[in-house]
Ligand binder design. Structure first.
Ligand code: PLP
Length: 407
């Protein structure tokens, strides 16, 4: 008899965006003429940088010639992309990496979800709350998260971030084996200073813990003092894995490309106390379960590091960040308390008068025909907030602000 992985049964059925879609569809049935503005889902809307497009066209042509055709590529990615990443994303920040510490993938969702494969199922985990749901759900699937009790997983330490603590998670007063940090943060759009990040690195060193650092939104950082990589903090290579994505940086949500850095210095212990380099395990895992990102995609990603690619990426990010500014100023002038939106494409808006996230979601939908994402969908501490994204069209952001005045 084949037995199912029953940990999957513990996962709540409903996925946040499915719930939102259902509510929006119900609204549309009753109000078929309403023009809905979607500021909810975190997908980009601007097209790919021209440099990537051209590089991918060229790569497609190469695939059509026997002399330049490529079959299976290296599981961990082509050197041309790995070298471009090291040279452009890390060296200018004083971080030295070897090519075999960078693993190209089809995006950060897979990597942040799969990374748990190389760690024992009984490690404890810590997450900031609210949080990108993949971190917890992937740990639930392998049993690491424990059981759900009153909306919280028993083996998970929740580190609340809210306006009271200025969205800075407090270091736990007990040992946690694996800590997920995401900065710039989805959903709150807030960032962590080098000083705060250093506290986490020191905590991890002291407690022999590992930090999973998700930097999917680092390209949105505007403040030059905010670290882009955890490896800018001394000692971090011993304790941190970093995830990066081309999705939001270069509009690759549909193309699919990201990468993960697993430094060779980073080790974890066996029960008998032997130290194992996690780089070796992740390499083994990827070589077994992943067959590489397509050559065409990697050429497209490489192109964002050319001078034209860089300026095109910058232009798109400026477009989104101008949206964020318009929305933040608009909402603030209406008296809303708005967080994030300065170094990230997300705005985290406090709902007025203690309204719940879902109630305010419905109010926005029915009174302004604007869709946001209820903060509570990202974790208990998200209750009382709504997430808005700056990934929309400019006119829609402006129109959304006009409609907010009606609320
Ligand atoms: N990490 C965070 C915090 C995200 O918000 C997202 C996407 O929304 C991802 C990772 C996934 O990115 P990718 O498209 O590379 O899978």
């Amino acid at each position: 008899m084949a037995l199912a992985n029953e940990h999957f049964m513990k996962l709540p059925d409903n996925y946040l965006f499915t719930d939102i879609a259902k509510k929006v569809n119900t609204f549309k049935v009753v109000h078929p003429k309403a023009e809905i503005i979607r500021l909810g889902i975190g997908d980009v809307t601007r097209p790919l940088p021209k440099a990537s497009l051209e590089a991918m066209h060229k790569a497609v042509d190469e695939m059509g010639e026997a002399s330049t055709f490529r079959g299976y590529g290296p599981e961990h990615g082509y050197d041309f992309l790995i070298n471009a990443i090291i040279k452009n994303d890390y060296e200018p920040r004083g971080v030295k990496l070897d090519p075999d510490e960078v693993f190209i993938s089809d995006g950060s969702k897979s990597d942040t979800g799969n990374i748990g494969d190389i760690l024992r199922h009984d490690n404890s985990i810590g997450v900031t709350d609210p949080i990108y749901p993949v971190y917890i759900d992937s740990n639930v699937m392998c049993g690491r998260a424990g059981v759900l009790e009153d909306g919280k997983w028993s083996n998970v330490t929740y580190l609340p971030t809210n306006m009271e603590n200025n969205f800075v998670p407090q270091i736990p007063n007990h040992r946690v084996d694996i800590i997920y940090l995401c900065y710039p943060n989805n959903p709150t759009g807030t960032v962590l200073s080098a000083e705060e990040l250093k506290k986490w690195v020191n905590y991890a060193i002291k407690n022999d813990a590992i930090i999973m650092y998700d930097a999917a939104y680092e390209a949105y950082i505007q403040n030059p003092d905010i670290p882009h990589s955890i490896y800018e903090i001394r000692g971090a290579k011993k304790v941190a894995i970093e995830f990066r994505s081309f999705s939001k940086t270069a509009g690759f949500t549909g193309v699919r490309c990201g990468y993960t850095v697993v430094p060779k210095e980073l080790t974890a212990s066996t029960l008998s106390g032997e130290r194992i380099p996690l780089n070796r395990l992740w390499n083994r895992r990827q070589c077994t379960k992943f067959n590489g990102t397509s050559y065409i995609t990697q050429r497209g990603a490489e192109a964002i590091y050319t001078p034209e690619g860089k300026s095109q990426v910058r232009e798109t990010i400026n477009y989104y960040m101008t949206n964020a500014k318009i929305m933040k100023e608009g909402l603030t002038s209406l008296g809303y308390q708005v967080f994030g939106g300065e170094n990230a494409p997300y705005l985290w808006v406090k709902t007025p008068n203690g309204t719940t996230s879902w109630k305010f979601f419905e109010q926005m939908l029915y009174e302004a025909n604007v869709v946001g994402t209820p903060g509570v969908g990202f974790g208990p501490s998200g209750e009382g907030y709504i997430r808005l994204t700056a990934f929309g069209e400019r006119e829609n952001c402006e129109e959304a602000m006009r409609r907010f005045r009606k609320l």
